[in-house]
Design a protein around this ligand. Structure first.
Ligand code: R1P
Length: 285
């Protein structure tokens, strides 16, 4: 990116765009569906209202944001690619472009460890991280430690999880595992991953385990840990009125004044601080 960057602590360009998503306030809605690929983003975006014409932005780093309205309600679809570093950029930078609650649903695909058929939609109530233990000696295999680290579960937002379940009519409680694609999902490759018993180990140590994917845990983790503090740089961003704001965010959901059209379905209630609410719906493939 050639633009001048104003703040090394939370980089933004001179025209106040967050550095990796390329967005600024007014270009992303508080209600967000995030997906892993551009084709899925465009497919979902085809359901948006035709007017006003959706706003589209592809960032230099591969993030794609499409913001429009669905039945009049502002919504963004954001393609983030894969893995926790990308969702970390997405959650943090999108959060800095918003006021009020941020509501995120990951619509993705997953592997499955149960007998659910391909094409089933599963909605995780929680997610567990399974990370490669870099302190394990992967060359010799001789180590006192287990080669993978399994976190405590982190939950989806209760109301949003319920709303997604009701919308999709698939009430099945299960736990998801967030992993890397190869070693932490037990795949056998040319690398010495010491993962032959990993799936069995996960199944025996995590209750209700059903799915494997790479993003949900980190989204849930950031959503549940955020305490409503904004980056200090935000205070010197130009007010919306002086920015070329798109017509989608004219009335962003705020904790004081949630818009009526989605408030019941996403469980938004007036609270003293804005929140990040996250849930996921994942298709078995
Ligand atoms: C791996 O092939 C990708 O597929 C799954 C994983 O989480 C990872 O992102 O999800 P998406 O299809 O939703 O990207």
């Amino acid at each position: 990116m050639k633009e001048r960057v104003l703040d090394a602590n939370f980089p933004r360009t001179a025209d106040h765009r967050v550095y990796h998503l390329g967005l600024r306030a007014g270009e992303i809605a508080n209600r967000i569906v995030t997906v892993g690929s551009e084709s899925r983003a465009r497919t979902i975006a085809s359901f948006l209202d035709k007017t006003p014409e959706p706003f589209k932005l592809s960032s230099e780093r591969g993030f794609i944001t499409i913001t429009g309205r669905y039945s009049g309600v502002p919504v963004s679809i954001v393609s983030v690619g894969m893995g926790s570093p990308n969702v970390d950029f997405f959650i943090r930078e999108a959060r800095e472009c918003l006021s009020g609650d941020m509501v995120v649903i990951r619509l993705g695909s997953c592997g499955c460890l149960t007998d659910l058929p391909v094409g089933s939609i599963v909605i995780p109530k929680a997610s567990v991280a399974v990370n490669r233990n870099y302190d394990f000696d992967f060359v010799t295999g001789k180590s006192q430690e287990y080669p993978y680290r399994i976190s405590k579960p982190v939950s989806a937002n209760f109301d949003l999880h319920l709303a997604v379940n009701i919308a999709i009519s698939f009430l099945r409680q299960h736990v998801d595992t967030y992993t890397s694609f190869y070693s932490s999902q037990g795949r056998q490759t040319s690398f010495p991953d010491h993962n032959a018993d990993l799936i069995e180990h996960l199944q025996s140590s995590i209750n209700d385990l059903a799915t494997l994917e790479m993003e949900t845990f980190h989204i849930f983790h950031l959503a549940t840990s955020w305490q409503g503090n904004f980056n200090s740089f935000k205070t010197v961003s130009p007010p919306l009125a002086t920015s070329p704001v798109h017509p989608y965010i004219s009335q962003p959901p705020s904790t004081q004044d949630p818009p009526p059209d989605l408030s019941s379905s996403v469980g938004e209630h007036a609270t003293s601080k804005p929140r990040i609410k996250a849930a996921a719906a994942q298709m078995v493939f």
